[in-house]
Design a protein around this ligand. Sequence first.
Ligand code: RTP
Ligand code: MG
Length: 138
Amino acid sequence: MAVQETLVLVKPDGVARSLTGEVLRRIEAKGYSLVDIKLVEAERELLAEHYAEHEGKPFFEPLVEFMLSGPIVAIRVAGDRVIEGFRALAGTTDPTTALPGTIRGDLGRDWGLKVQQNLVHGSDSPESAARELALWFK
Ligand code: RTP
Ligand code: MG
């Protein structure tokens, strides 16, 4: 298996709660490498492209608004099978039921808002990773 790269985002809730270091710690402790990292105030256009697969869904607009609500940390991460490996570290989408031991399961919960504030994003396939890395690291 060749070394892969994936896009990890620490979403605005994670940055606001000062959990960036904790996310980086877990990525590094797992043995993955940080290749590039930056703090981004994302524009609506970038977010609409990033979440193009969700356009038209009821949570799309609130999701984009949430992602505009504060800075995001974008990270290029490398490692063997890192795409599925980081998804496993992140846990399932809903932080209330994500398994303990995962980022979302240990650190996230429902805050009574319509959009899921689940701390992190990770690319879900090699195609998504290539597309998303090109968007966030031009
Ligand atoms: P991500 O793309 O952020 O890594 O998360 P994911 O694959 O686990 O979830 P996905 O289905 O791609 O959804 C993208 C993000 O949209 C928000 N979401 N809200 N029903 C809802 O309210 C809902 N569903 C999804 C979450 O922030 C999710 O991470
Ligand atoms: Mg996704």
